[in-house]
Design a protein around this ligand. Structure first.
Ligand SMILES: Nc1ncnc2c1ncn2[C@@H]1O[C@H](COP(=O)(O)OP(=O)(O)OP(=O)(O)O)[C@@H](O)[C@H]1O
Ligand SMILES: [Mg+2]
Length: 370
């Protein structure tokens, strides 16, 4: 359900983002309405974050994650915590900035850390105490190897959250990750915090456990697999970045999205830069266009969730007519399909909505120049 709502929302947001950006660019410099549009864009970004939060609660399929430096995500969270926790909580950080990256969704990692920190803070009320957040890359300890036999890699990026609070009684420990388990008073906790944390760690291929001594404090440790390095992934190290890559082009693009506003938006973005766009809201019509002259298109951009024929099915049909056509798949919510399905469809790029003009243009050039 949440996935469906998020899908519709992200379509609306794509329009809001896109047309506000276009309106902003159309204004002369210093125009008073620029500030108003900046507010619209800011609110749209907040709405986007809210939807991402909602989606972490729904059991969506994992989205393909990109390699992320967790130290940046953690530092950002600590800043937020410093301004929101009372002075009775001393925040310490022990972060190794040279940790390898992790294939992760930064928004989810942020949520994980905020949930753990909130619990830590609550466990130290009212006296306060020390909240320590650590981030290190290290081999699994012998105990970790025994408890989680599949942690077979040489090293993991370990995130720890320690508090000097009340601790957790040993008989309670086995229940804390259960949804709706809480020891708080009625109305003060839903008991969802740790089950969300657990879900996030699992979706990232990691493990989480707790060490607690009643009266002394509690430490939660999460171990995440390191992202494969460029060499391991077989991706050549990029050459020196070309300066100011050109964003325009004259290629012929077939664009399919059942939302007319999105097609219009994309046309407004692409046409002034020279691209020749054929757009339709009907995937069957798109297929018809393509069937008539398969060689007259250089790129297909399609939404995933559409009536009659979804994006992956459309791509499948089009591949039967021409298997070398580059394809960009758009989707209104992050998990349109599993990574395997995406790999199998051999799409050139996947763009989660809401899309911005800049990302769209960059992705189109990357795909066409690949
Ligand atoms: N750092 C901690 N120290 C002591 N007890 C903890 C700690 N973290 C979690 N707990 C215990 O685990 C229970 C479940 O935690 P969880 O975050 O899932 O739910 P909650 O905090 O009770 O409610 P919510 O997070 O939804 O507000 C808590 O009620 C508390 O008893
Ligand atoms: Mg909690």
């Amino acid at each position: 359900l949440v996935g469906g709502i998020a899908h519709n929302f992200n379509n609306l947001l794509t329009s809001i983002f896109g047309f506000s950006e276009l309106a902003r660019n159309a204004l002369s410099e210093g125009h008073p309405a620029t500030k108003y549009l900046d507010q619209v864009l800011k609110s749209a970004r907040n709405a986007k974050e809210l939807i991402e939060q909602l989606l972490t609660f729904s059991n969506r399929k994992p989205s393909p994650h990109l390699p992320v430096s967790l130290d940046r995500v953690v530092s950002r969270c600590l800043k937020m915590l410093r301004s929101s926790l009372p002075a009775t909580i001393e925040i310490r950080e022990d972060i190794d900035p040279s940790c390898p990256k992790v294939e992760a969704d930064p928004g989810q990692i942020e949520q994980l850390l905020m949930n753990l920190a909130t619990n830590a803070f609550q466990a130290m009320e009212p006296e306060g105490g020390v909240l320590e957040v650590g981030l290190h890359c290290r081999p699994p300890t012998p105990e970790e190897r025994e408890r989680f036999p599949h942690l077979t890699a040489e090293a993991y990026v370990c995130l720890s959250v320690r508090d000097t609070g009340a601790g957790i009684p040993p008989e309670v420990v086995p229940k804390i990750f259960d949804p709706f388990f809480t020891t708080r008073k009625r109305g003060e906790g839903t008991g969802l915090g740790l089950s969300v944390v657990h879900g996030i760690v699992k979706r990232h291929g990691g493990e989480i456990y707790v060490v607690s001594s009643p009266g002394k404090g509690t430490t939660f440790r999460c171990c995440f697999p390191c992202a494969p390095s460029r060499e391991e992934r077989g991706v050549p190290t990029p050459k020196a970045k070309p300066t100011a890559p050109s964003l325009g082009g004259s290629e012929r693009i077939l664009f399919v999205d059942d939302q007319p506003a999105i097609g219009l938006l994309v046309e407004e973005i692409l046409s002034p830069l020279g691209y020749r766009l054929t757009r339709t809201t009907d995937p069957l019509e798109a297929l018809e266009h393509f069937r008539r002259s398969p060689e007259s298109f250089d790129l297909l951009i399609t939404d995933q969730l559409m009536p009659k024929l979804n994006g992956l099915a459309l791509i499948g049909e089009i591949r039967r007519l021409r298997d070398d056509l580059p394809v960009i798949l758009l989707s209104g919510h992050h998990g349109p399909a599993s990574s395997e399905e995406l790999d199998k469809a051999a799409i050139s790029a996947f763009l989660p909505k809401p899309i911005s003009a800049a990302t769209l243009l960059r992705t189109i050039r990357q795909v066409l120049d690949a």
